[in-house]
Design a protein around this ligand. Structure first.
Ligand code: NDP
Length: 380
């Protein structure tokens, strides 16, 4: 799959449970090294499930590819020339686009953006909108861009430099929403309505403050990345798209919105670009990814994107609920203690006992874990 390989590097492969999305049940394959993510996601899905689960959808899988055109004498004339050949250009792309066109995809549109007075002068950037069907589509659209470049140069009189997809795939958004009844959120110390308010307060901070939004969105991506990685998709592409989209109005903000209805119940919605596929890339080459896709069994890349959006919303809910109630450390520390016990060289069967001792002593530290492991070894 890649170059200069010295071995394989494996990560835990887990399933998040309880997901009901658009009245269908899903097991969510997740590959991730971080403790608590899968448990939190499954717990959140269980609460959403009580009110019927998530509603989710996504756009047609239209990617954007860019051609950077330089050395143009007259930007307006070049723009006019390209747009007057729009139909021919789209037809030429589709003639070379392979099976994607037979499957109903292919070139959809051309848009032209103008940049004047940059450090290297003026330029046009051509945007190709290309429906990649069930593929993430990076290779497919990059090939289309390279294939059409000679015609674009001839028509415009310019010189093409970059020809590459944009990871800000804002024509390919996915969104999900769901509701949790306030009474479901009761804790020992607070009635459900108070918890709803605390969750909304936490969510508003992420809307207005980039320092909080970065962490809030990181929590969302804990779930989405794990599923994207399990299914053999390019999580860096999804990450790049998500964070660029979170900045689309000039200030980095939250990818979710949380509010309450007149009965005090909590509602949430997420929206983000989700360029991921069920064919192509590593989904074709990696047996684990193939198994993950089979477990999830999405019928299309659009369905995969919708499910990923619901996973992001669930993960976000779990994080802000914990933060707005107990704080996340209570749940995290047991998992953290497990990792420390393993790092200290504990045998798998000794881990639960060591974890309990660390918790009882209120000392979740590597040095203490080592001390207990040493003590046990000396005792045996
Ligand atoms: P592939 O080229 O592997 O897969 C797409 C191809 O699969 C299509 O062109 C088509 O080829 C075939 N295909 C078969 N069935 C279908 C179907 N139902 N729908 C659509 N296509 C189908 O990969 P992608 O184009 O998806 O590119 C993804 C890869 O690109 C990832 O590995 C990613 O990491 C990488 N990448 C990402 C970049 C970025 O994000 N910036 C940049 C460059 C690469 P055919 O016509 O032959 O049947």
């Amino acid at each position: 799959m890649i170059e200069n390989v010295i071995g394989r590097y494996s990560l835990p492969f887990a399933l998040a449970t309880n997901f009901r999305i658009n009245e269908r049940d899903y097991l969510i394959p997740m590959v991730i090294e971080e403790p608590s993510v899968v448990a939190a996601c499954s717990y959140a899905a269980k609460l959403f499930r009580k009110t019927g689960g998530f509603s989710a959808s996504s756009d047609e899988p239209v990617m954007i590819g860019q051609i950077q055109l330089l050395d143009l004498r007259d930007l307006a004339k070049a723009t006019e020339a390209i747009l007057s050949h729009r139909a021919d250009i789209l037809a030429e792309i589709n003639a070379g686009a392979g099976s994607i066109v037979e499957r109903g995809g292919g070139a959809r549109d051309l848009k032209i953006r103008k940049f004047e007075g940059s450090r290297i002068g003026n330029m046009l950037v051509i945007h190709l909108h290309f429906d990649t069907r069930d593929a993430m589509g990076a290779n497919a659209i990059n090939s289309a861009l390279e294939g059409i470049t000679p015609s674009i140069e001839r028509i415009s009189g310019g010189r093409a430099n970059l020809r590459i997809l944009s990871n800000l795939s804002d024509r390919r958004l996915a969104w999900a929403s769901g509701m949790i009844e306030a009474e479901t959120l009761v804790t020992e110390g607070a009635p459900g309505v108070k918890v709803v308010d605390a969750i909304i307060e936490a969510a508003v901070l992420a809307e207005i403050d980039p320092y909080r939004a970065a962490t809030h969105n990181k929590g969302i991506m804990n779930g989405i990345d794990a599923m994207i990685m399990a299914t053999g998709n390019d999580w860096r592409a999804v990450e790049a798209g998500a964070h660029a989209y979170a900045s689309r109005d000039g200030q980095y903000t939250s990818l979710t919105r949380w509010w309450k209805d007149e009965d005090g119940n909590l509602h949430g919605r997420i929206e983000l670009p989700l360029a991921a596929g069920i064919v192509g890339g590593a989904t074709r080459a990696h047996r684990g990814a193939q198994a993950a896709v089979r477990i999830l069994s999405p019928r299309s890349a659009r369905e995969l994107a919708s499910v990923a959006a619901a996973v992001g919303l669930a993960q976000n809910f779990a994080a802000i609920r914990a933060l707005a109630t107990d704080g996340i450390q209570r749940g995290h520390m047991r998992m953290h203690a497990r990792q420390l016990a393993l790092a200290a060289g504990a045998a798998a069967e000794d881990v639960p006992g060591i974890v309990q001792r660390m918790i009882d002593a209120g000392s979740i530290r590597l040095a203490y874990a080592k001390e207990i492991v040493k003590e046990r070894k000396q005792g045996s």
